[in-house]
Ligand binder design. Structure first.
Ligand SMILES: NC(=O)c1ccc[n+]([C@@H]2O[C@H](COP(=O)([O-])OP(=O)(O)OC[C@H]3O[C@@H](n4cnc5c(N)ncnc54)[C@H](O)[C@@H]3O)[C@@H](O)[C@H]2O)c1
Length: 375
């Protein structure tokens, strides 16, 4: 687990996924048996790794990635490094013949992301990329609505993602400072468009074109050491995505917006037969037959409670942490040859959308996306 001490590496991948899997006795396989996990923490600071290992009763840790990759005991290389450091590390893991599971984005450029997909295919190694948003309870309920035909024909999707990330001066920022420096792999398009790509293509259809406007609203921020730095990366992106089948998606992604919604991410889907609003957890619907009849009248204050017209969709299931569920799927893929839904090529499509989004912002034009293949 390379980068296990980072924000994602520690909380979502180590704590909520691998240690939770270890605690439950491993991953359930098709024949009813279980395969247990044994992590080795990899990083640059021995002291940090030791602290984590001691705290969580983990036997193995090392600062020597090459040695860990050369050791046959370790079957899966997992990467949670800063994006900038990912490609060289993954290339080493491919050369070592490991199965690989990685955070997104898989690379900083589409060319490199595609190269990783090609190298992995040529090496015949199993590979997977985090697609966590699809495993959120709200989005899983949305999947069910789509599968049940609830929407009729889906017309449009409107999404709001974001919250205020403090500038770091009088309150520490809640995200690492590299996110705000493009030279260090930062930027909200690079961060969020890979998510939007897999959300859109898996729920609604392939993204055929993008128009985006990226902005750096807050030009100066203060880093972890208290030093003021220039924010060179976009901290908000306003995008329009045309999807296969004519669906239009508008998604705002922002670290410079104050939240006035139920959840930090919210998508509204409107279809001919009904609409839904989903968040991380919640999902509410309004069927065609229960749609109120608003009339526009600027002279009379509207007393109608529009929020009350929506019906909450019940859980009807136990939704575990999405990172853990996807880890279990990937481990089944590695040891049991179970299906692998989200590979490096899916990761490359996400990086392509980010790259085209930035190109669109630069040119001010709508940019079409080619169909991606390894060639
Ligand atoms: N799936 C999601 O929802 C999600 C959310 C946030 C971040 N991410 C992705 O996860 C990755 C890590 O993000 P984070 O927020 O945890 O960052 P972080 O800065 O908290 O952690 C990054 C890790 O990389 C290590 N690192 C930094 N520079 C390095 C270098 N030059 N060489 C080797 N290691 C280095 C750090 O020590 C740390 O362990 C990023 O690629 C980011 O895009 C994904």
């Amino acid at each position: 687990m390379n980068g296990a001490s980072g924000r994602m590496g520690y909380r979502q991948h180590l704590l909520r996924s691998i240690l939770a899997i270890r605690e439950q006795g491993g991953v359930l396989l098709a024949d009813g048996s279980r395969v247990q996990v044994e992590p080795i923490l990899v990083g640059r600071s021995e002291a940090k790794l030791k602290e984590l290992a001691d705290k969580h009763d983990i036997e193995h840790y090392t600062t020597d990635l090459d040695a860990a990759l050369a050791d046959n005991r370790w079957q899966i290389y997992a990467d949670f490094l800063v994006t900038k450091a990912r490609v060289p590390a993954i290339k080493k893991a491919i050369a070592a013949g490991k199965a690989i599971y990685t955070e997104k984005p898989t690379a900083e450029s589409y060319e490199e992301a595609l190269e990783l997909a090609r190298l992995a295919k040529e090496a015949g190694i199993k590979n997977g990329v985090v697609h966590d948003k699809l495993y959120l309870p709200g989005f899983r309920k949305l999947r069910r609505l789509i599968d049940s035909g609830f929407f009729g024909q889906i017309l449009s999707v409107r999404g709001e993602f974001g919250y205020w990330v403090f500038e770091g001066d009088w309150q520490p920022a809640q995200r690492p400072s590299w996110n705000y420096r493009s030279e260090d792999g930062g930027g909200i398009i690079v961060d969020m468009f890979p998510h939007w790509n897999y959300v859109l293509e898996n729920l609604f259809g392939r993204v055929e074109s993008v128009y985006a406007q990226a902005t750096t609203h807050i030009p100066l921020r203060v880093d972890e050491a208290g030093t003021t730095y220039r924010a060179t990366a976009d901290d908000a992106a306003y995008g329009i995505f045309e999807l296969e089948g004519g669906i239009v998606a508008q998604l705002n992604s922002s670290w410079t917006v104050r939240v006035n919604r139920d959840e930090l991410v919210e998508f509204q889907v409107d279809g001919t037969h009904g609409s839904a609003v989903v968040g991380l957890f919640g999902c509410k619907i309004q069927p065609r037959n229960a749609t109120p009849k608003p009339t526009w009248n600027p002279d009379i204050p509207d007393g109608h409670d529009y929020a009350a017209d929506w019906i909450e969709v019940p859980e009807n299931d136990v939704f575990e942490n999405g990172f853990k569920t996807q880890w279990e799927e990937f481990i089944r893929h590695v040891v049991d040859d179970g299906p692998n839904r989200f590979d490096f090529l899916a990761g490359a499509r996400g990086v392509l959308l980010a790259e085209k989004g930035l190109a669109s912002s630069e040119s001010g034009c709508r940019v079409e996306l080619p169909v991606v293949s390894i060639g």
